[in-house]
Design a protein around this ligand. Structure first.
Ligand SMILES: [Zn+2]
Length: 243
């Protein structure tokens, strides 16, 4: 609930209203966020075109927040001066892919569905029509992304983010400011790299740089001293994860 993490939200909510959003908006936040938003809407006498569903996080434990056929999102505790949660986005296991070259042209859709589930296909008399292995390829990879900001260096985070494809971890300060990082419940470049290394993630992206720094080059240099496959987050840029 520090301002740098939610002050923009009211503007975003109102912009979506002006853009004629009608779909419900689900907001997951710490205690107090609902009160702040509702109060602002109340005193500006604003009625939105859409409904907001608030869900209060429980910052001391890991919770499943969202799940559908393709994705699940869980929260986990971070270690900051005030309650703070990290988030893990994880794709569900994907269906088998069809081997297009081997597949007969006139195959029934119901049979395709069975093949994708990993089953062999039989006719009504019980004769084998399609042996699964001959018509399918392994599924695409299930990707994962974890978001950790703001937090003190804390190894209890590691089991929650183990082996993710991409880890966002804050690095508010350069390494020499570690006493200051500890005092303000933030992390340094080396500490972000250390968490990435311990969690054996594939790639690390750092951010949440203190405004005192004008040049971000030392941030990436220092982080790579500990964890080579690291990048700087830059506002507005997109990072793709291949599947
Ligand atoms: Zn912050």
């Amino acid at each position: 609930m520090h301002g740098d993490h939610y002050l923009g939200l009211m503007g975003l909510i109102y912009t979506m209203h002006l853009l004629k959003r009608t779909k419900d908006l689900n907001i997951y936040g710490q205690k107090g966020l609902k009160e702040i938003i509702v109060t602002q809407l109340k005193y500006s006498d604003s009625r939105l075109n859409y409904k907001i569903n608030f869900r209060e996080l429980q910052p001391k434990k890991s919770e499943l927040l969202f799940e559908d056929d393709t994705l699940e999102i869980t929260s986990f505790p971070l270690n900051h001066r005030i309650p703070c949660s990290g988030f893990l986005f994880k794709e569900k296991p994907k269906p088998l892919r069809l081997s297009k070259e081997n597949l007969p042209e006139n195959i029934a859709l119901a049979h395709i569905a069975l093949l994708k589930k990993g089953e062999d296909v039989f006719d009504e008399e019980g004769n084998l029509l399609y042996k699964n292995k001959e018509y399918t390829l392994p599924p695409r990879r299930s990707r994962s992304y974890a978001f950790c900001s703001d937090t003190l260096y804390d190894e209890s985070i590691v089991p929650h983010i183990k082996g993710v494809d991409l880890l966002y971890h804050e690095a508010t300060f350069l390494a020499d400011k570690y006493p200051w990082a500890e005092l303000t419940f933030h992390s340094t470049t080396h500490q972000a790299g250390e968490i990435a290394k311990k969690a054996e993630v594939k790639q690390l992206v750092i951010g949440h740089y203190s405004a005192r720094y004008k040049d971000l080059t030392p941030f990436i240099t220092e982080t790579r001293e500990v964890f080579e496959n690291s990048i700087l987050s830059v506002e507005g840029e997109t990072i793709s994860l291949s599947d």
